[in-house]
Design a protein around this ligand. Sequence first.
Ligand SMILES: Nc1ncnc2c1ncn2[C@@H]1O[C@H](COP(=O)(O)OP(=O)(O)OP(=O)(O)O)[C@@H](O)[C@H]1O
Ligand SMILES: Cc1ncc(COP(=O)(O)O)c(N)n1
Length: 274
Amino acid sequence: MTTVTTQPPTALTIAGSDSGGGAGIQADLHTFAAHAVHGTSVVTSVTAQNTLGVTDVHPVPPETVSAQLDAVLSDFDVRAVKTGLLPDETILSIVAERAEAGDLPELVVDPVLVAASGDKLFTGDFGAYLERLSPHTIVFTPNIHEAQALLGGEITGLDDMREAARALARYGSQAVLVKGGHGKDPEKATDVLWTQGQILELSAPRVDTPNTHGTGCTLASAIAARIAHGHPVAQAVGGAKRYLTEALTAAASWRLGAGPGPVHHHHGRKSTVL
Ligand SMILES: Nc1ncnc2c1ncn2[C@@H]1O[C@H](COP(=O)(O)OP(=O)(O)OP(=O)(O)O)[C@@H](O)[C@H]1O
Ligand SMILES: Cc1ncc(COP(=O)(O)O)c(N)n1
């Protein structure tokens, strides 16, 4: 029997390693694979963490971050890029310089500032995200807390999320998705997307699960994967949210650690060992 396989598009994640496997590079590569995308990676930081929290963050030396970027960008036809944990302003600057040079196509930026466990993951001035990266970004994906930290003020409901999306879009990103995973609605998880001057609301049933570790990483990678396949932004974001809701639902009964565990990135796919 001959198996015909189509060559996958390549995407790049520039993010941190999560030793617990639920967020960061590990979540991103799972998500790329689940979307039939070849995943390449630039590791910015090595974290020691599990489902209970982060115990150590070790930034990768700047020259090693640059060398990884050179290695990937000189050889692969990268169709979309996603950033996650950038531990400090030095590493953010390296990424921003590549973006300014036009080397990072279709850049999805997830501003990872503080882990869901409360641990601080970015040590610099938050403004660097807006000033340096936003102008080169296709989709900027802060959660409610990150949008508050970036803009100041408080976000208490959908009106504030809409206003925050508009305010963040002024920094130049082509689209802004303010994520409502930490919102108060017990029935729905609603995100607000600003794109092409319009506000769209994306709602999904709120999944009753303890396993929400890495949802932000997974969503941003799924958006990048879909863009790598050629989907326009609004379609990529809508499809990514559906993929994530299914991944949350499929892992709701998992207990892979004592705290919030990962989602099921490969839901819907038969395992080769079963
Ligand atoms: N229990 C849930 N049920 C359905 N969707 C959810 C749930 N929790 C989060 N989401 C969705 O997951 C995505 C990520 O949102 P969230 O606001 O949690 O981002 P985040 O805080 O960056 O993620 P992370 O938890 O990885 O830090 C959004 O689309 C949000 O609506
Ligand atoms: C390496 C790395 N990248 C990103 C996150 C954010 O994910 P979460 O907010 O779910 O902790 C994380 N915890 N670790």
